[in-house]
Design a binder for this molecule. Structure first.
Ligand code: SF4
Length: 50
């Protein structure tokens, strides 16, 4: 995760934006997830905590 992404996530958190699930999802790699909402899903039926 680069500095810009960290800053963006910090700003989102301060604005109480919905949490981005993919950042903590077990399926967030290569072809494990084909959901088009990735990597910015805020609701997902396939979410599995890492
Ligand atoms: S399964 Fe859902 S939460 Fe997990 S990486 Fe894919 S879109 Fe994101």
């Amino acid at each position: 995760m680069n500095a810009f992404t960290r800053l963006w996530l910090k700003i989102r958190k301060k604005m109480s934006a919905p949490k981005l699930l993919c950042d903590t999802c077990l399926n967030d790699y290569h072809t494990a997830c084909t959901n088009p909402a990735r990597p910015n899903a805020t609701e997902c039926p396939d979410y599995e905590k890492r």
